[in-house]
Each structure stands twice: as C-alpha cells, then as structure tokens.
Design a binder for this molecule. Structure first.
Ligand SMILES: O=C(O)CCC(=O)C(=O)O
Ligand SMILES: [Fe+2]
Length: 390
C-alpha cells in the first residue's frame, strides 16, 4: 500500500474518533492523566525534600516488585490444575465437568496481577511510555454501552440495516436477571474465503506455542507473554513488520472492525491467529493487561474474537462469571465466520477492567479450531508498539 493511501486511511480512522465530543474527551483525559500524574508529582516533590533516602526507598520498592515477579515466574505451574485436558467426551456428565473445570481460578493469578502492576509501573517511570496527554481516547465514560447498543440495534436480524453480518446478544446490561456485561456475536462477519486466507497466513507465518498474558517488559508482540500450562494452543501474529497486516484480507478485516466500532484501526493489535488441536485449551483468564493502563496504548478495551473454522466437538468459548455475583454462564460454540465481541473494561471508566468478562477456551474434543484475536486499545497501539511501549 502506498504511503498516501495508508495516510488517507489513518486520517479517515482518526476522523471517526474526532467526531466524538473532543472537548469532553480532552477534559476527561486531563482529569485521568492529572490523577495518574499527580501521584508521580507527589513522589518527585518528596524526593526533592528528603533527597536520597527517598531514592533508596523507591529503588528497594522496585527491587521488591521485580523479585516478586521473578518469584512468580519460577519454573512451576501457574495454572490451577495439572490435570490433563480430557480429549474425548462422550456424555453429558463429562460436558458438565468441562464447565466446572473452566471456572477454577488460582490465587496465583491475583498475585501475578499485583506483581505485574507494581513492577511495570516502576518500569514506565524509567521509560517515556506514559500516555500522551493530547491523545483522544477511543471511548469516554458511557460510550461503551452506546457502542454495543448501536451494534445490537443496527445489526440485528430485524433492523433495516442491510449488512452481510447479523448480531446476536448473549448478555447485556439490560438482561432480566440484572446488569451483565455485553457479549455479542456477529454471524458472517468473515466470509469462508477470508477465514481460509487467514488460516493460510497463520501457516505461512508459522504457528508457535501460544503465550499467556504476561511479561510487561518486552517490546514486541511475540514476546509479550510466557508459556504456561494454562494455554496450550499455537498462534501466529500477522504483523506489519512481516508484511502480513497490510495484505488484502488482514487489512480488510481490520478496516471492517474499525468501521463497526468507529475506532481507528491503529488502535488494534495485529491479528493473532490461533490453532487448537484436540485437547488444547486456554483456561480461565482475562484479556485486560494491567500495566497498559498507564501506557501510551492504554488498556485493551475490547476483544474481537473471530472463529475461522467450525469445530466438530468442544472448543467453545465460555464466560462463567458466577463467583459471588449474578450468574452468567454464556458458552459460544465456534462457527466459521462468526465474530465474538466483548468488553474488557467497564462502561463508567474505560480504563478499569471488567472482571465479569473472564473467559476460557474449552478443550477441543474433535476437529481443529482456528480463530483470530483482534484486541482493541483505548489509544493508538501501533504507535506504542513501534517504540516498544506496549
Ligand atoms: O479460543 C477461544 O475461544 C478464546 C481465546 C481467548 O480467550 C484468547 O485468545 O484470549
Ligand atoms: Fe481471551
């Protein structure tokens, strides 16, 4: 693609966001940044007053945070159970067992979460990765609900909108049992040919063992994570660096997502193409990465998960959300061309994680599951990754 075409696209994307109320955006951004920065200022002022004693304190806190992360990464199972995933399910009891299996959550998850946040905030202090004060967020408080309401209304079976894809709402704040997070699917979001082309691109790039959400210190997508027993699939990134992202199908898919969400496609990570063989899974997790909250790219606000194949049995995406809260056992069966869309943040503050959208990929029982992730950030992700600040 020529530079001018790319620039044109970028500007079209930006104008979508700029159409949102820019004054409110700036005000909200200012408050948000002032809140994070005043904290920083407070430390720097104390540092000036008490000199090196504070520097020593800061250094030891950082060391403590880093050793905590090292300790968490020591070679042991961070998943919940070492029980091998069932490879054959022949009756309903065993299916029931899978549902319970995906709900388990380790205390180590919480420990990791705290460790990463502490250590990576220290890391951000050392690098110029802080969010840019002039950047306009893709969502303001209250926009998330409007976005989902709009998609649900405009793409429903009954709407006037003549689109090739249709939306089905699986969970929403308007649910009869009380306020639940939005989870919706868009059937026929991708054509069969597009699915096949993405699978081929995955094969061309080379599938490698998938990483779990992890290390905040690495600059590129390939290393933003770690191998754990919680995630056993294989993945391939369709990056700009390899030329994959700018290819016909990936660029159309990014543009389609950007048009649907009215969020510039630079806010999207590269497509992560996934392959699950029989028995492979991704245990209960959340897509929000805590350290990104204060970084240039901002957090992952939305997950667009596209199924590239049908799966004969198993491989469902399950959202249990039952712990101490209202029940919400949503299970999505993979269907070639269907896209699953859900938020990772809350409507009232798009920088805060919405833990109700924890989810798991159940083990594939028969067949091969292919899928692709597009994670959408609050700010320009492509700019952030280009300078190693994701
Ligand atoms: O494979 C699935 O159904 C979900 C995958 C997932 O949650 C992820 O890749 O973050
Ligand atoms: Fe996920």
């Amino acid at each position: 693609m020529t530079n001018s075409r790319r620039k044109g696209k970028r500007e079209r994307g930006r104008s979508l966001t700029v159409r949102k109320n820019a004054t409110n955006a700036r005000e909200w951004r200012r408050n948000h940044i002032t809140a994070s920065k005043s904290n920083l200022k407070w430390w720097w002022e104390r540092l000036a007053i008490f000199g090196w004693s504070y520097a020593a304190l800061a250094a030891s806190t950082m060391l403590l945070g880093l050793s905590f992360v090292v300790w968490l990464h020591m070679d042991r199972d961070v998943g919940v159970t070492t029980k091998p995933a069932p490879t054959k399910v022949s009756n309903i009891d065993e299916m029931q067992h899978l549902s319970t299996w995906s709900k388990t959550l380790s205390w180590l998850d919480l420990g990791q979460w705290l460790g990463y946040t502490a250590a990576s905030n220290s890391w951000s202090l050392l690098r110029d990765c802080w969010i840019d004060e002039s950047a306009i967020p893709a969502l303001l408080p209250g926009d998330l609900n409007k976005l989902f309401e709009g998609i649900a209304a405009n793409y429903s079976n009954t709407s006037q909108h003549r689109s090739r894809y249709t939306a089905t709402v699986h969970s929403s704040p308007n649910h009869t049992s009380g306020s639940l997070p939005w989870i919706l699917t868009l059937e026929n979001f991708l054509s069969d040919d597009e699915c096949d082309a993405l699978i081929k691109l995955g094969n061309d790039q080379g599938f490698q063992r998938s990483m779990d959400v992890g290390q905040p210190f690495k600059a590129d997508n390939e290393s933003l994570g770690k191998i754990t027993e919680r995630r056993t699939s294989a993945s391939a990134w369709c990056t700009s660096k390899s030329g994959c992202r700018n290819g016909d199908v990936p660029s159309h898919v990014h543009q389609r997502i950007s048009d649907l969400l009215a969020i510039p496609n630079e806010n999207s990570e590269d497509l992560q193409i996934l392959r699950y063989n029989v028995g492979q899974f991704y245990k209960l997790h959340h897509d929000y990465i805590p350290h990104q909250r204060t970084r240039l790219c901002g957090p992952r606000i939305l997950t667009m998960f596209m199924y590239l194949s049908d799966v004969a049995a198993g491989g469902e995406t399950q959202f249990p959300f039952n712990l101490r809260f209202r029940d919400m056992n949503v299970t999505i069966k993979p269907k070639k061309g269907t896209a699953l869309l859900f938020p990772n943040v809350i409507d009232s503050n798009p920088t805060e994680a919405d833990f109700r959208t924890r989810h798991a990929a159940l083990p594939v029982i028969e067949g091969t599951k292919y899928a692709a992730n597009a994670w959408i950030h609050l700010y320009d992700y492509q700019k952030a990754i280009s300078i190693g600040c994701n």
